[in-house]
Design a protein. Structure first.
Lengths: 361, 179
């Protein structure tokens, strides 16, 4: 398959991109608003073409442990779910992080807590960026705002996961999962051969072969001195990721008197609010973190120092705002505007909230 | 050039698929396009709407509060969206099932009796295509040719025999809009 321009939903784009990346396996369990990922994979039947395994597991817990097993053999494997399902996966995600395995996890967030609503939300920010499961670990967290990024971040997520031997997450919301846009799908990549996997992943459980030693993949280390060494190694990896992989985008920041920080689909809604504000002579800039972990603290600190105030807009009660506050000087006003319960604010509503906080105080 | 469009009516009237065909037509004409459904556990009989944005430049928000064009298929949607059409904008509506007609004087209002036309044509499934024909006739955004190519791309091959009936409905909509 060559490069191709298509119109599709964000969820469908993830499925197409996974096949075209040359992924080896997908294991998942359906849940709104991301069921199209599994459905599209089943409809495309990649096991007939690239040999990619697509399996509907009996539960989310089974899915993530199939990912754990597949990743341990050096395969490029993934799962996807939505908020309640991703909560069920947290134990497995922690094990995958502790076993230093590459894997891709997609969370198309819906409103919580609990079963909540099937409508869009960003209320899993804390879960995704601050651990989620137990133990000192991080996921690389990518936040797409377009259908194109839904497709692109499959390859980026896998590449980063393999580069650093750590799981990556695409943290999307129901808006970008369900909307259709034009997307350029990359050409089909060949799946790696067993030889290529053995070369790329000398740690993988691929059979001893000519290797002198057995590869053992585990998260368990009962010797505390050795476990602390493991922890130190994980932390060195995270520090390296923080140095190398921070990604963000800015708009209209050159002359901005105020700054909006937003991620995912909300950043695009805010961009429209900013254009409306500029038509009224209010100069607001936008910074959109693309990696939520590692978080663009320095970029926000730099831009934050130049403005009178910062508005953080999220589909939650205020989660990313904590990282924005960590980034900027203490005396800088940082305010939050959010909707919950699956409600997506429109551009005018966001502008009203901004004016309430900063202009008509 | 940017067209910010809301299409709203009952589930089952072809609201989402009308938006989808329009989006595919935009794809054929190499425009940027965003199709954002109001989705949920909405079934036949419930309200459904879709925001379609066509542009020759990058599209920011997929969610809007005001629209250049509203295509309205029931009273609830008219009540909800009439006030959200930008001044100078266009409101297309089907009068069947409408008890209180639109009253705005600062926008263009186009009544398209698609229900009667679709019955006359003996093609009830062409209903939404009549309205789409009226839409592309009244604002230059995509041509009939692009819509037909979009239909071909959007429909699975086993349904391609339905394209001529859809084309007839699109052309009927264009005629109604010219009147």
């Amino acid at each position: 398959m060559n490069e191709e321009v298509r119109l599709m939903k964000g969820n469908e784009a993830i499925a197409h991109a996974a096949i075209r990346y040359g992924a080896d396996g997908y294991f998942g369990y359906p849940i709104t608003p991301q069921s199209e990922i599994l459905e599209t994979l089943e409809a495309l039947m990649p096991w007939e073409t690239t040999g990619m395994v697509v399996l509907q597991a009996e539960s989310e817990v089974a899915s993530i442990n199939m990912v754990y097993g597949g990743a341990a053999t050096g395969k490029a494997v993934m799962t996807s779910s939505s908020s309640p399902g991703v909560s069920l996966m947290q134990e497995g995600i922690s094990y995958i992080a502790a076993a230093e395995l590459p894997a891709l996890i997609v969370n198309v967030m819906r409103g919580g807590p609990g079963l909540g609503t099937i409508h869009p939300s960003q209320s899993d920010y804390f879960q995704a960026t601050k651990g989620g499961g137990h133990g000192d670990y991080h996921l690389i967290v990518l936040a797409p705002s377009t259908v194109q990024e839904m497709a692109d971040f499959v390859a980026l997520g896998f590449d980063l996961a393999f580069k650093y031997r750590t799981p990556a997450m695409i943290l999307a919301d129901g808006v970008v999962g369900q909307m259709m846009e034009k997307v350029v799908l990359p050409p089909q990549r060949q799946r790696r051969t067993p030889e290529q996997i053995a070369e790329q992943c000398p740690w993988a459980a691929t059979g001893k072969g000519s290797r002198g030693n057995r590869n053992v993949v585990t998260s368990l280390e009962l010797d505390s001195a050795l476990m602390e060494k493991n922890n130190e190694r994980f932390q060195r990896t995270y520090a390296e990721i923080e140095r190398n992989e921070v990604r963000y985008e800015t708009y209209y920041t050159e002359d901005a008197d105020y700054l909006i920080v937003a991620f995912g689909s909300v950043a695009r809604i805010c961009l429209k609010s900013i254009e409306m504000a500029r038509a009224e002579g209010i100069r607001i800039g936008l910074i959109r973190p693309i990696t939520l972990w590692p978080f663009p603290y320095e970029a926000i600190a730099g831009l934050g120092a130049k403005v009178k105030g910062i508005q953080v807009v999220e589909l939650n009660a205020g989660q990313m705002i904590e990282d924005v506050r960590l980034a900027v000087e203490r005396d800088k006003p940082v305010r939050h505007f959010g909707r919950m319960g699956g409600i997506v604010p429109n551009p005018g509503e966001i502008l009203e909230a901004f004016k309430r906080d900063f202009i008509n105080k | 050039m940017t067209h910010e469009i809301i299409i709203a009516g009952f589930g089952g009237q072809g609201v989402l698929s009308m938006g989808k065909i329009l989006a595919y037509a935009a794809l054929m004409d190499n425009l940027e396009v965003t199709w954002m459904p109001s989705y949920g556990p909405e079934q036949r009989g419930g309200t459904a709407n879709v925001t379609v944005i066509l542009s020759d430049s990058r599209i920011s928000s997929p969610v809007l509060d005001t629209y250049d064009i509203a295509v309205i298929l029931n009273q609830q949607s008219l009540d909800k969206f009439e006030s959200h059409v930008k001044p100078g904008g266009l409101l297309i509506y089907d009068p069947s099932g409408i008890h209180h007609k639109p009253t705005r004087t600062d926008i263009t209002i186009l009544e398209i009796d698609a229900m009667t036309a679709t019955i006359e044509m003996g093609n009830p499934k062409g209903y939404n295509m009549i309205l789409l024909g009226a839409l592309i006739e009244s604002r230059k955004m995509v041509g009939l040719d692009a819509v037909l190519r979009g239909l071909k791309k959007a429909l699975p091959e086993r349904h391609h025999h339905l394209i001529p009936a859809n084309e007839a409905a699109l052309r009927r909509g264009q005629e109604l809009a010219r009147k």
